[in-house]
Write a protein that binds this ligand. Sequence first.
Ligand SMILES: [Zn+2]
Ligand SMILES: [Zn+2]
Length: 213
Amino acid sequence: MFTITPFTLGPIEENTYILYNGAGDCIIIDPGCYFGNERRELADYIAANELRPKYLLNTHCHFDHVFGNRFVHDTYGLEAHLHPEEQPVLQNAAISGLEWGFPFDNYKGPLHLLRENDSITLGKDELKVLFTPGHSPGHVCFYCAAQHFVIGGDVLFRQSVGRTDLPGQNFATLEHSIRTRLYVLPGETVVWPGHGEPTTIGFEKANNPFVRG
Ligand SMILES: [Zn+2]
Ligand SMILES: [Zn+2]
């Protein structure tokens, strides 16, 4: 069974997730650690719980979600897993960070490409890849059917959705992703988002002002 630990990190309060199982193996999703103390916080948590990092996953590659990719690679030897359509987004992340006033050392290691319906397994536990573009061209969510949760990145937030006003973004595509990949999940499914508090699919279908179920 996965235990989910969220960390809110970086100058724009991005949610980083560590998922670990009973054997102490863990997955790091969207490491947004930007400042040195945040990198220590993540590393201290991993050390204190005697976790063995096995996978580095990115829902998408906006700079706030990849600030810590290089740190995770350098510290634990993990290589990034992301959708092929996020490769240009990752390549542009450092420039984009600089434009927003957040310079950082980008990840330059090997890439492992994720596609819809791929599964990432940690012992007996499994995450399935959902392809959910719109906020970013190769955005994916990681769905755990057995435990009714999804690591949602910047697709669906509590009573909000990911922004679609910048180049490479499209609201109709985002809405289609939400309707066909997320709103079809059981209502009790907990959405752990890239920003803000968790929510559920059922709550958003009833209350989300942007995409009503
Ligand atoms: Zn984003
Ligand atoms: Zn974000």
